[in-house]
Design a protein around this ligand. Structure first.
Ligand code: PNS
Length: 168
C-alpha cells in the first residue's frame, strides 16, 4: 500500500507451537494472508515442552503447506512474542478463537501483550469445521491409530504417521 508516496507494508503475526500445523491453523493463516501484505508465522520455542517434531521440522512443514499464499514468512522465536513483533515492526497478532473456552486465556494474553508493547491482537473465529481441533488431540488420536487425515495437510499426515511409527 502506498500513502503520500510512502510504501507501507502491513504485517501481522500468527504465533503458536504448531506441533504440528493443522488444517485449523492453516485456515487462520490463509485468511490472515488475504488481509495483510506479509504474514509472519512465529513458531515459539518452549524449552520445557518436548515436541513430537523439532522446531526445524515444524517450520519446514509450515513453509511447504503455506507456500501457495505467497506472502507468508516462517521463523522460530525464543522469548516474548512482543519482542518478535517489535524487532520486525509487526503491529498485530492474529489468533483463531475456537470456542468460548479459548477466550479467557486468549484475552489475558492479548491484554498482557498490548500492555507490554502496544501490539494489538485480532481474533478470527475458527471455521466451525475446525472448532474442536488442536495439535494435541490430533497427536493423541493418531498415536492410538485413529484417522486424522482430514484434519491436517496430506504431507503433515504422512510425517505424523511416520514419526509415530518410529517412536513405537
Ligand atoms: O500453539 P500454542 O502453544 O497454543 O501457542 C501459545 C503461544 C506460543 C502463542 C503463547 O504461549 C506465546 O505467545 N508464547 C510466547 C511467549 C510469550 O510472549 N509469553 C507471554 C504471553 S502474554
Amino acid at each position: 500500500m502506498s500513502v503520500q508516496g510512502k510504501t507501507i507494508v502491513r504485517r501481522a503475526v500468527c504465533p503458536g507451537s504448531f506441533d504440528p500445523i493443522t488444517n485449523g491453523h492453516l485456515d487462520i493463516i490463509e485468511r490472515a494472508s488475504r488481509l495483510y501484505d506479509v504474514v509472519h508465522i512465529a513458531v515459539l520455542i518452549n524449552k520445557s515442552k518436548q515436541g513430537l517434531f523439532t522446531v526445524e521440522e515444524r517450520i519446514q512443514m509450515i513453509e511447504e503447506v503455506s507456500a501457495e499464499y505467497g506472502n507468508v514468512v516462517v521463523e522460530s522465536h525464543h522469548g516474548l512474542l512482543v519482542d518478535y513483533c517489535r524487532d520486525r515492526n509487526i503491529p498485530a497478532i492474529v489468533k483463531g478463537l475456537r470456542a468460548v473456552s479459548d477466550f479467557d486465556y486468549e484475552l489475558q494474553m492479548a491484554q498482557m501483550n498490548i500492555g507490554l508493547s502496544g501490539v494489538e491482537t485480532l481474533f478470527v473465529p475458527t471455521s466451525p469445521t475446525y472448532s474442536f481441533l488442536s495439535s494435541s488431540l490430533v497427536k493423541e488420536v493418531a498415536a492410538y491409530g485413529g484417522d486424522v487425515s482430514h484434519l491436517v495437510p496430506a504431507l503433515v499426515h504422512r510425517r505424523l504417521v511416520a514419526r509415530i511409527a518410529e517412536r513405537k
